[in-house]
Design a binder for this molecule. Sequence first.
Ligand SMILES: [Cu+2]
Length: 286
Amino acid sequence: MVRQLHPLRLLLAGSVLGATLALSGCSAETAAQWGRFGLPEAASDRAPFVGNLWVGAWIASLVVGVFVWGLIVWVMIRYRKRQPDEQPRQTRYNLPLELLYTLVPFLIIGVLFFYTVQAQNGVLAKETTRPVTTINVIGQKWSWTFNYMEASNPAVGAVVHEAGTIDKIPDLYLPVNKPVRFNLASADVIHSFWVPAFYFKLDVIPGRQNSFDITPDKVGVYSGKCAELCGTYHAAMLFTVHVVPEQEYIAYLKSLKANPNNVGEVTPPEYPNVVPTVPAVEGEKK
Ligand SMILES: [Cu+2]
């Protein structure tokens, strides 16, 4: 007698096999990243604000999703066509139901808005209790310039800078567990300063200074990028962030100071000319 394989059993066997393969292929790090819904490992004191908002929004979306998918499946089964000429019961102009599905989305948006504003206030709050290390950042097509404003720091005694070019990705050194104030300025168009591991980015806008405070709290090397499509070589606007112990930070600034080309502050033009000038065409002059 041939025993037929029930489709449900096949499905179950497939699921077990799939889950085993997926789990055995996961390193502990990948599994942890799943727990953060894809976020990289955090390296700043402001990370929990955006991290919790991100994870919370995913959980809320999944709760709503499971509820809606459940309703869909339930309706498909409960009200399926049983008789050939059966017309399902029609429900129209059900005011309570219509009010419900109009108001519930507003409620969901309201809750998300509340937590978003809270997270925004958290990441943008200025450091008030501890002294800050100031770094003036300039975004320029297509790299970054970092000015370390350490003139009053006796260990350095000068403002030093490092300017990146499209061929040389600049390094940004930061002391671990020290609050840093970033002042962002643009030399030309809108860029966006982004260090994914800090869970933070902020636009760099010509003619306007944006600033934020953050405390890197984990020694390591992280990637930094421009997060605003700013032109042809936008993808080349990378930088490398080194979060290091303070002595190493000071040593790096001193090594910059040893080269006279790196001493002094680079400032963006006061009125960046963001509109390219078009040369006059012959014969159009009046
Ligand atoms: Cu850019």
